[in-house]
Design a binder for this molecule. Structure first.
Ligand SMILES: Cc1ncc(COP(=O)(O)O)c(C=O)c1O
Length: 429
């Protein structure tokens, strides 16, 4: 039969790289995975969760409520606690800063759901989203699935290059495509994949630049700030979110998550949206799942209200600082000097740039050699949009210090170093 009967969306959707990376990590126990974005298993709050859940379920009233369906926007108290926590992060501990309205906030099934829903809310096939170059590769897969074209904006160590953003928008205006640009997507804290954190002034200026082009676009151009790694900071101080920038209330979509800082298996995230978009997104969420798992929301709510969350986060930060240290020590010991990387200040990743002549993609000798040595990394090219205006770089890799033990991190990097050495000697010979 000539026709598969599948929708255009299903036909467009390729196998997401994240699925096979996760599957390979879980199915080959001998493999050291420096690829998967898993968090540190030994620090997952098992006992804390057991206690919080049994407290919750011991009370007939609270227990039954938690086991019942909730509402589409999510538990009001969890939304209130989340809005307050975020306002404190943005304004410091002083109560004088602007509180965020929990009425503009809704709970999502992981922040992944927010990314998906925003793409659905704003984009039709052929539309354009501006992304950091490189960016979170799972977001690129969402865009691809929706027939959305991504355009990569150069990324510097302190966030996107603003003249490059301006230039890109100007070029799209001149080519008559500006009306297809719907939003700019920034992973602004300890970015996945590079570890870069965007300076606050850059976020504010990016928003100003987007607004400058809105008249020519004929519609709002939003800034989607994905703050998935914000709370996993272990060096330096926090940076306020773009919610604090001038004009943010009508244009900034802020996505956060409790996955990384508490438990990745819980997958409770949230979004703060401009009022108009908030209503539309809730209609979509009603169709997706009419509410994130109520039991898991109650768990996160109890963790926040009891102080368990903050206590756990403090432990986690120290743990990741130590793991990042171990990884960097191993990189210094086993990687040739020609490989460039930065020490992370938070998050779960180190981005390594190899000499241009060394390919890192899945078909490359290096990737295959690394697999033979039982070590996995994320090929850098997966993190670049398919943007016809430039070639996709293919000489970088994302290395995660999240999931593996300190010992395995050292061993994994040693194996990667060995694979690299084999390639380098072949290239020279
Ligand atoms: C940048 C970024 N955003 C969002 C997510 C989704 O996380 P979750 O759905 O668990 O909140 C991830 C997960 O790795 C991520 O790296």
């Amino acid at each position: 039969m000539g026709n598969s009967g599948l929708s255009q969306l299903a036909t467009r959707t390729g196998e997401p790289a994240v699925s096979w990376l996760m599957a390979m990590t879980l199915s080959r126990p001998s493999l050291i995975s420096l690829a998967a974005g898993f968090t540190d298993s030994t620090t997952l709050p098992r006992l804390e969760t057991e206690r919080l859940l049994s407290d919750l379920l011991r009370s007939p009233k609270k227990g039954r409520a938690a086991l019942q369906y909730g509402t589409t926007p999510g538990d009001p108290e969890l939304r209130r606690l989340t809005a307050r926590r975020l306002a404190r992060m943005d304004n410091g501990e002083s109560a004088s800063g602007t509180p965020y309205d929990p009425g503009r906030l809704f709970i999502t099934s992981g922040s992944q759901q927010l990314l998906y829903m925003i793409s659905e809310c704003l984009c039709d096939p052929g539309d354009i989203v501006l992304v950091e170059d490189p960016t979170y590769f799972v977001f690129l897969a969402i865009a691809q699935s929706h027939g959305v074209r991504c355009r990569g904006v150069r990324l510097n160590p302190d966030g996107i290059d603003l003249p490059a953003l301006d230039h890109m928008l100007d070029r799209l205006r001149k080519s008559g495509e500006l009306h297809r640009v719907k939003f700019l997507y920034l992973v602004s804290y300890h970015q996945n994949p590079t570890g870069a954190t965007t300076a606050w002034a850059k976020k504010a200026e990016a928003l100003r630049i987007l607004r400058h082009y809105e008249r020519a676009a004929g519609h709002p151009i939003y800034l989607l700030e994905d703050a998935a790694y914000r709370e996993l900071r272990f060096h330096g101080s926090d940076v306020p979110s773009s919610l604090q920038a001038s004009g943010a209330a009508g244009r900034v979509i802020y996505g956060g998550t409790y996955s990384k800082p508490f438990a990745t298996g819980v997958r409770v995230g949230f979004g703060i949206l401009p009022q108009r978009l908030h209503q539309v997104a809730l209609r979509l969420k009603g169709n997706h799942d009419f509410g994130t798992s109520n039991l898991l929301q109650q768990l996160v709510r109890s963790a926040l209200a009891s102080g368990v969350y903050q206590h756990h986060l403090d432990l986690l930060r120290a743990r990741y600082a130590a793991k990042a240290n171990a990884l960097c020590r191993a990189l210094r010991a086993h990687f040739p000097e020609a490989v460039v990387w930065r020490e992370p200040t938070g998050g779960l990743y180190v981005w390594a740039r190899l000499p241009h002549r060394i390919r890192t993609g899945t078909g490359s000798k290096l990737f295959q050699g690394a697999l033979r040595h039982e070590v996995l990394y994320v090929p850098g090219n997966l993190c670049y949009a398919k943007d016809p205006t430039r070639r996709r770089p293919d000489h970088e890799m994302r290395i995660s210090f999240g999931g593996e033990s300190t010992r395995n991190l050292a061993e994994g990097v040693a194996r990667l170093g060995l694979s690299l050495e084999e390639i380098l000697t072949q290239v020279v010979a």
